[in-house]
Design a protein around this ligand. Sequence first.
Ligand code: DON
Length: 581
Amino acid sequence: MDYRSTKAGVFAVALSFSVVPVAAVFAASPDPVKAEHGMVVTTQHLASEVGVEVLKNGGNAVDAAVAVGYALAVVYPTAGNIGGGGFMTIRLKDGKTTFLDFRERAPLGSTKTMYLDDKGNMVKGLSTDGYLAVGVPGSVLGFETARTKYGTKSREELMGPAIRFARDGFVLDQGDVASLQNGAKKLVKDKTAAEIFLKPDGKTYAIGETLVQPDLAATLASISEKGPDAFYKGATADAIVKASQAGRGVLAKADFEQYSVREFEPVKCNYRGYDIVSSPPPSSGGVIICEILNVLEGYPLGYLGYGSAETVHAMVEAMRHAYVDRNASLGDPDFVDNPVKKLLDKQYAKEIREKISPFKAGVSQELMPKGFGESTETTHYSIVDDEGNAVAVTYTLNGSFGAGVVAPGTGVLLNNEMDDFTAKPGVANLYGLIQGEANAIQPKKTPLSSMSPTIISKDGKPFMVIGSPGGARIITITLEAIINVIDHGMNIQEAIDAPRIHHQWLPDKVYMEPYALSADTRKILTEMGHDVEIDKSWTIWGQAAGILVGGESLADIEKGGGARYNGAMDSRSGSGEALGY
Ligand code: DON
C-alpha cells in the first residue's frame, strides 16, 4: 500500500483505501507521511509515483533519483529539466558520501563583461532572458553519471516513465496550471516555447487538460537509446547551437562536446552531534549552512524558542556574516581558491559570535569586504530506499522556465543560469545577491550556486534528507528546517511548513514570511536596529522536501518505535507529494 501526503494525495488515498493519516493533535501541519521501505518526496506527485515504482521494482535511491529527474523534466517544466543543471548528494548504505556536480558551465564564447553596455552598465534582461543567458546544460550527463556509478537499472527503464509522460501527455492539476500561468508571460515571447506550453489561442491550459510534449519525447527517446551523446554530440546540441546563434547567444558545439560532470567530496560539519553532509563549491550552500550552524551552536536556540526575538537576532547575525563570505569569497573551485577550511572552522564561528552584540543589530555596510566595489524556480527532491541509501537532488533552470526559450524540434527548455554569475560587482542579480570577483564570468566556469541538497546522519545512521528551491534563500530555508527539527523539536512536516525569515547581508533587511513573527517580536527586533520587512512573494520562500528517519520528530525517535521513514513535502507546494511504500 502507498502512503501519501498533500491535500490531493490524502484525498485520493481516503477514497481508494480509506486510510487517512491521523492528524497530530497539536500540529498545524498535516502529519508527515510514514512508510517502512522507501520514501520519495518531490514537487510533482507523478514524479513521486515514478520514484516509488523504481524502488518497488528493486531500484536503489540513485535509480529513483535519475527516474524522478527525467520525470520532473516533463511534468514540472518550471524547474525540472534536461536543459539546466544541478547537484546530487549521495549517502550510501555503508556510510560513504559523495557529491555530483552537473551544474551549467559558461560557454567558451562568454566574457566577463558580456551583460554590460559600452558604458559598463548592466543591460536589463540580457543575463535572464533568451539565449545569451544560457549556460551549457549538465542534467543529462549528471543523471547518466549517477546511474552508471551508483545505480543498478538500465537507462531505458529509468527514462521510460518520462518518455511516456511526454509522448502521451499528463493531466494537469491545480499546481501544474498555476505554474504554467506563472510562466505564461515569459513563454509567450518564444514561438517554440509558446507552442508547447500555451494553447494555440495563446491561453494557458486548464485543470484537467492534458499537456503533450512530442518533441521532448523524441529527444528523451534518443537519449534513452543512444546515451548522453545524443544530447551533447548529436541532433539536440546541433539544434540548440543553431537556435542560439539565431538568437544572439554564444553557445557552440564545442561547449556541448566538452561538458563534463565533476564528483567532489561533500562539505561536512557537525551541529550539536549531528553530521551534516552538503554541497561544496561551486555551491555556496553547504559551506554557508555549516558556517551559520557553527555560529548558532553557541546559542541555546531550543531554550530561547522558535520565533523569539533572541533566536531571530542570533540567526540574522549569523546569516549576515556568512553571506558576506558567500558573496565575496566563493566561486567555482577550478578557478578560485575557496577558503572552505576557514569558513568551516569552529574557531572562526567563535570569532563571529564575539562580533555579535546581544542587544544591537549589526550593520551590513560595515562588513563590506575590501575591493568589493560600491556597491524561481528550482526544484529539490529527497529519496531513501529500503537499504538505507539516501539521495538529495536540487536541480534547476534558475528562473521559472529558465531563459524561456526552446530550440525548435528539441522540446528542451533552456536555463538562464548565467545570471548567477557576478555580471557586474555591486549590482544585484535575480535573487538580490551582490557578489564579487570570485564569481566573475569566465569561459567554462560554473556560476556560484546556493543549492544545498543535504543529508544528515547521527551515530553513523541516516537521520534527515533535506533541501529546497528558493534562490539565495535556499541556504536559510534548508538551515531553518534543520534547526526546527534539532533545536525546536518540530516534526519534519512542521519544520518545513513553519514560517521563515531570511537575511543575506545585502540588502540589510530581515525578510519575514507573513506571520513568521508576532507584532511584539518585530517591535523588539526593530528597536535592536533590524529592518524587518514582510515579503509576500510566495515563490521565493521555496518548497522544501524532507525525510526524517526513525520517527517524525526527535521526541518520536527518542521514544523508539516511530515509523522508519517520515516524508514531508512543503505545504507551499501546489503539486508536490511525499510518497512512501
Ligand atoms: O543555483 C542557484 O543558487 C540558483 N540558480 C537557484 C535558483 C532557484 O532556486 C530558483 N527558485 N526559486
